[in-house]
Design a protein around this ligand. Sequence first.
Ligand SMILES: Cc1cc2nc3c(=O)[nH]c(=O)nc-3n(C[C@H](O)[C@H](O)[C@H](O)COP(=O)(O)O)c2cc1C
Length: 336
Amino acid sequence: MLLFMKRPPVSKQITLLPVASQQEVKMTEDSFDPHALRRALGNFATGITIVTAQAADGSKIGLTVNSFNSVSLQPPLILWSLDKRSASSLEVLRGSGHFAVNVLAADQIALSNHFARPQEDKFAGIAFSEGPGRAPLLEGCAARFHCALEQEIDAGDHWILLGRVLAFDDFGRAPLLYHQGAYSLALPHPQLQSQSKADSGGVFAQKLSNNLLYLLLQAVSAYQNAYLPKQTALGLSVSEARVLILLSALTQGSVDKLQRESNLPGSEIAEALENLTQAGLVEQSAEHYRLTADGVERAEQYWHVSQQEQEQVLAEFSAEEVETFKRMLRGVMQHA
Ligand SMILES: Cc1cc2nc3c(=O)[nH]c(=O)nc-3n(C[C@H](O)[C@H](O)[C@H](O)COP(=O)(O)O)c2cc1C
């Protein structure tokens, strides 16, 4: 992650350069700029699911979906939306009348990227069992909802698909989240920290204050709380910043190369490159992308803000203590 990448501090004065897409976007003629709208919608953090179905002839569909949401408890209804360009998926769903929503766990990024790419046989090499309507059920998920297709609603360039939950599995694993085009993890909110500080005499808070996981999570929360507003002020979404930083390290890269290095979905990298190009930070030659002079400067700003934060946070500790701290963190990371 950006926080832990080593880079010499940049000593020059930093001026914030807001990108056009940060400003209010007005409607043109009959619609918004779809890239700007998609980018703004990415501020709504979601989980990630893989929706699967199997037709009577055995043809299967599976696609990565973050439009999933709960609708009703009684009767139990959920929804998700399907891009109308996935016409063959709709046929399978209609033919089957059933589908499964596999809610991904935090360690399933590879599965999410796999099912977000069109390919001949998405299920080759993927372990699954079958649920109602023979819908493929994936392993290692946080939860699974086995559904009957209840209703299709025509909604612009998508179909909204309403499902009736027939059965479900609740495995309770930590979820994989998605925010501003990048994968994310659920961490307790820093507000919890201030509440427990105020209540520091309590037995619960005292017990927790010696728990390593609690300390690690609260340290990350506190760090993020101070650091993220400074990073966000540089004007790029998480996926755009990730692509910019990667390009500064690689000098140039193709979408494939950027995907291998960043773990972002390919579609997000393409979208981020489009937005960075529009903002004048990236230029393309043939299959390769590289930073413009403004792009290089913006990437340096990211390194600078990151380095400065690190120095501030660790200012009260000696160089020896900082080294020990890093060694301990690496040790904890290897323990997994
Ligand atoms: C994080 C993420 C969320 C997505 N959410 C949706 C969605 O809600 N609906 C949809 O139709 N496609 C969604 N997609 C795109 C599909 O996963 C992708 O287009 C997939 O290749 C479609 O399957 P197909 O090529 O087999 O039709 C999403 C992709 C990603 C990476």
